[in-house]
Write a new protein. Sequence first.
Length: 329
Amino acid sequence: MSRKAIVIGIDYYQNFDSLHSCELDAQGMSEVLSFDGNRKKDRNFQVDTYVANSPETALNKKDLGQIIKEFLEEPREVSLLYFSGHGFINSLGGYLNTSENLEGEDGYSMDDLLKLVNRSKALSTIVILDCCYAGKLGDDQTSSGYSQLKEGVTILAASSRGQVSRAKKGQRSIFTDLVIDAMNGSASNILGEITPGSLYAHIDKSLGKNVQRPIFKTNVRRFTVLRKVASQITKEQLRKLPILFKDSNTHFKLDPSFEPDIANVPGFEDWTPDKENVRTFKLLQKFNRIDLVVPSGAKHMFFAAINKKKCKLTPLGKFYRHLASKNMI
């Protein structure tokens, strides 16, 4: 099944102040979604981009609704919807504003959007909104604040239901810039995988406490991989964790034969490197560099080896060891 995204950026408004970052937002999102970030430049999402930056390219409410409806009605593996533009909120609900709107409340209803999202035929549906009051999407009108999402739906909003989304003229918005940075690898795990959860964690941490707060709502059993970048380690290497560490609390014993240049270390001239041990030690050092393994009783892996100490799994290492032992990697 396919992966498809629609990316919408509306800078041009007939009756509101026009914006100056949404076209840049849409262009950046289209580029980062279209291909994975690995060296092969593998195709990621098929992306349809809609930019309204002039009267000739204006996007109205009817057309926006039709674009979204047709998009979400198609069955596929992943459907991703991105919107950058004006947003509006009042006592009746939240709205995505299109080029012709006279007042904010005549925009495209977030409640209508949620209904379509909850009927989406994709296995996974992801909505990313970069507009003021974006966090309103998914709020329950009666109990105020509870998210109503069917299984498989994730929403990432630039700001809470009561906040504006920030941008500087001629630059991408703060939120979308962080999304793109995360998708370029800042939010990847050691296998180079970026999920909605890791994307949100990166944005949440980057924004700090005193500016707009991103909102994350989801109802999934398993996160979808949004993009892949170069991995820090291979799956084959990770599968060796349960071989080297018989259980999560095992300490792997080292000695000078694991160090390839041990004969050149003063006081260890009589030691000879063991080829198999050297190969294992190189892998353990790689695990150490990505925080899966740490030396026990020494500051560095080198000193653990020459002083006949041990190394052990970190909490992250225990997690990946568990996955490997269950054939989940």
